[in-house]
Design a protein around this ligand. Structure first.
Ligand code: DGL
Length: 260
């Protein structure tokens, strides 16, 4: 593997949940994050538009000489991973495959629920990846479009979040799933509430954690020279610092606005 930082691409700030897990696993590795905050959300857009945005973002990171591209965004991973792999010569790791592997391993009954953005659910990428690993799986997927704005507003454990989740979880309860894939960068923020509402019989698959494990495995013995992290954003709204801290858990430094 060539030297250079690990690149992490997301549609906005939600991918900081993936950044956080990778930084925890590989503390000496310099990470370069690109969030396309000027064009977020991707999850409501067509696959064609998401692919175009993804290739543009990935090329920007390639110019920063990243050795490996992590696609933190579930929507991009679901609809544009093949396009990115075709376009780039470095390894590209998305969040769908690690999440699907973990879900297939965690489920005893094969009844697996998947939640994500409209684009992710429409693509059936998680369903296909889970069935490839567990052919007998009985999957049920539902888009949860209100959860991204709720997470960004910091409403992850109040009456509105409870009402939204109660509504979204109805079908999954009726299907008696034993595993739920959190197929969106923002959903790990709802983990405590989801665990409470679904109870201990349902395993929650956090694709951020699973992807960090896949990145560590892909890095093998290769190690970076240390150094800090850099955050590139295509827009810097006044809410950015608070928003980023919500997803990362610590203040974000070394932030640059870019155009490409
Ligand atoms: N990052 C997106 C995802 O994981 C959520 C936000 C968006 O819709 O762009 O699917």
């Amino acid at each position: 593997m060539t030297p250079g930082p690990i690149g992490i691409f997301d549609s906005g700030v939600g991918g900081l949940t993936v950044f956080r897990e990778i930084a925890a696993r590989l503390p000496d590795e310099p990470l370069v994050y690109l969030g396309d905050t000027a064009r977020v959300p991707y999850g409501t857009r067509s696959a064609e538009t998401v692919r175009r945005y993804a290739v543009e973002g990935a090329r920007f990171l390639l110019e920063r000489e990243v050795r490996l591209l992590v696609v933190a965004c579930n929507t991009v991973s679901a609809v544009a991973l093949d396009a990115l792999r075709q376009d780039m010569e470095i390894p590209v790791i998305g969040v769908v495959e690690p999440g699907a592997t973990a879900a297939a391993a965690a489920s005893a009954s094969g009844r697996i629920g998947i939640i994500g953005t409209e684009a992710t659910i429409d693509s059936q990428a998680y369903v296909q990846a889970i069935r490839a690993r567990l052919p007998a799986a009985r999957t049920l997927s539902r888009p949860c479009p209100l959860l991204v704005p709720l997470a960004e507003a910091g409403w992850t454990d109040n009456d509105v979040a409870r009402a939204a989740l109660d509504h979204y979880l109805q079908d999954f309860r009726a299907e008696h799933i034993d595993t739920l894939v959190l197929g969106c960068t923002h959903y790990p923020l709802f983990k405590p509430l989801l665990a409470e509402l679904l109870g201990p019989g349902v395993s929650l698959i956090d694709s951020a954690e699973e992807t960090a494990a896949a990145v560590a495995a892909a890095m093998g013995e290769a190690r970076g020279a240390g150094g800090g992290h850099t955050f590139y954003l295509t827009d810097l709204p006044h809410t950015f610092a608070a928003l980023a801290e919500r997803f990362l858990g610590t203040p974000v430094r070394n932030v640059f606005q870019v155009h490409y």
